[in-house]
Ligand binder design. Structure first.
Ligand SMILES: Cc1cc2nc3c(=O)[nH]c(=O)nc-3n(C[C@H](O)[C@H](O)[C@H](O)COP(=O)(O)OP(=O)(O)OC[C@H]3O[C@@H](n4cnc5c(N)ncnc54)[C@H](O)[C@@H]3O)c2cc1C
Length: 458
């Protein structure tokens, strides 16, 4: 029996991969049917390999490998949709990558870097007027004529895919248990099963922790910690706007900029915000929702001013303390598959194939072996940058975020002063705490704010 803890996109992808190879009745997926705070119900969900890159993003071999696998996964989405009876219109290709002036030069550098990577990897793209996308009609002070069309990057309808995939797996015979796991029942180096909230026990021969950002709450020992990348998207309705493609900016200040994707009918999803924390926040912050609404109206389509605000989606990205995935074996028969952070959807078809192989002790490709070597749970957080470089990057990211949220220095040098303030803030933190080794920029605020301790990173 294969017991998968967690019913988000990653848990379902594992079940899908296993269902190709073992009797589906041997597969059990456990998770609350409502999926509270699940990242998978909050995502957009875009399928981007190139559009999320930043300068220097591929300088480490690990990043290059992950990037190549993300492209491999993108190519698997079409057949995955067909195989699991996911409605074809839940999967759309075509992204307009936009460079506008709603944030600072950090975004320009990312845009140029993406263009460089597109050329380096001979990826098809075209310089276009962004107005080729019918949903693009921004406020006049935010208009842009600088855009690239990426025909092989797209989006899936997130909850649509999750529900269709679950229905398809159930029809094959996979069992879904609407419950929350409270503990693993271990004996020596094995896990015998899991205990549910009501005391019931489910037994498993192989157990996978795929419960997103709470995965390491069930397995604290000898495993890099996974915490929450709290994020929101919103859904807007406007029958007057016709959408074909995703419109998005490059990443900005610790998140993915503004994106706008056709969702279904006259609905659009706009994303996304990001807050790294160990707290289980209950609702999105007002500033986050305000930023998404403003971004949609100002930067994508001014007609969104009269759109209906249908809802927000809210969930916790699973983020490990070095921001890489956490995938691998925990004991003789227990595995973890978490930490997908911003690309759990994008990677789902690749994970389906390769995680099922890992669970079944099947031979893996050299690339998959190398990938699972660096995603191993028993690692300390990877850091390759000096404290100086990390502090400079932190300052640049903070200023990018500020500019995105409307900060304008006017005719003063306040922007320079603020960048220097953030640089000193990070340097002071590292010096006061006698830190010789940097951490990933994303975690500095959580460390300074006391949500994380440096001991968590060892
Ligand atoms: C705002 C936002 C935007 C995003 N945009 C994109 C995007 O554009 N493209 C992309 O590829 N990815 C995106 N992501 C990331 C993507 O959503 C995640 O990588 C992916 O959904 C993670 O899936 P998961 O199954 O690991 O975790 P989750 O989706 O969080 O699922 C975990 C599931 O486990 C259940 N669970 C938790 N604890 C237990 C327990 N103890 N017992 C049983 N079940 C439990 C939860 O209820 C939940 O349903 C985004 C995420 C967010 C938040």
């Amino acid at each position: 029996m294969f017991l998968i803890v967690g019913n988000g996109m990653v848990g379902l992808a594992i079940a899908a991969g296993l269902s190709r190879k073992v009797a589906p009745e041997q597969i059990v997926v456990v998770g609350p049917a409502e999926r509270p705070n699940s990242a998978s119900m909050a995502a957009a969900a875009m399928l981007n390999s190139f559009a999320e890159l930043e300068p220097g993003a591929l300088k480490h071999p690990r990043d290059r490998l992950k990037f190549e696998l993300s492209q491999a996964s993108a190519r698997l989405w079409g057949s995955f949709v067909e195989e699991f009876d996911i409605p074809a219109d839940f999967y759309r290709l075509g992204t307009i990558l936009l460079n506008n002036n709603a944030s600072n030069a950090y975004e320009d550098a990312a845009f140029d870097a993406i263009k460089g990577y597109l050329q380096e990897f001979a990826e098809p793209y075209e310089a276009v007027e962004p107005s080729v996308e019918t949903s693009y009609a921004p406020g006049s002070e935010y208009r842009s004529r600088n855009a690239l069309f990426l025909p092989r990057e797209g989006v899936v309808n997130p909850d649509g895919v999750v529900h269709a995939l679950q229905a398809s797996l159930q029809a094959r015979g996979v069992r879904f248990v609407d419950a929350k796991v409270v503990a693993l029942l271990k004996q020596g180096e094995r896990t015998l099963g899991v205990e549910l909230e009501d005391g019931e026990v489910l037994h498993g021969d192989r157990v996978v922790l795929a419960n997103g950002s709470s995965a390491t709450q069930l397995w604290a020992d000898d495993c890099i910690k996974v915490i929450n990348g709290v994020g929101a998207t919103i859904v807007l309705k406007n029958p007057g706007i016709q959408g074909r493609y995703v419109v998005r900016t490059p990443n900005r200040g610790g998140a993915c900029g503004i994106y706008h994707a056709p969702y279904q009918g006259d609905l659009f999803v706009v994303g996304a915000t990001n807050l790294i924390t160990t707290l289980d926040e209950e609702f999105p912050r007002a500033e986050s929702v305000a930023a998404l609404i403003n971004g949609a109206i100002n930067q994508v389509n001014h007609q969104h001013r009269s759109s209906s605000f249908v809802r927000y989606n809210f969930g916790y990205r699973p983020v490990s303390l070095d921001a890489y995935p956490v995938i691998g074996r925990l004991n003789d028969n227990t595995f973890i598959a978490s930490g997908t952070r911003r690309d759990g959807y994008h990677f789902a078809p690749w994970l389906a194939e390769n995680l099922s192989a890992l669970l079944l002790d099947e031979p893996l490709s050299a690339q998959a072996r190398e990938y699972f070597d660096f995603t191993r749970p028993q690692r300390s957080a990877f850091v390759d940058e000096s404290i100086e470089t990390c502090s400079r990057k932190y300052a640049a990211v903070k200023c990018s975020a500020l500019s995105q949220h409307g900060f304008n220095a006017g005719h003063t040098d306040a922007d320079v002063a603020i960048e220097s303030f953030y640089y000193c803030r990070a340097m002071d933190f590292f010096e006061k705490n006698n830190v010789a080794q940097a951490v990933q920029v994303d975690f500095i605020d959580a460390l300074i704010g006391g949500y994380l301790s440096l001991a968590d990173f060892n």
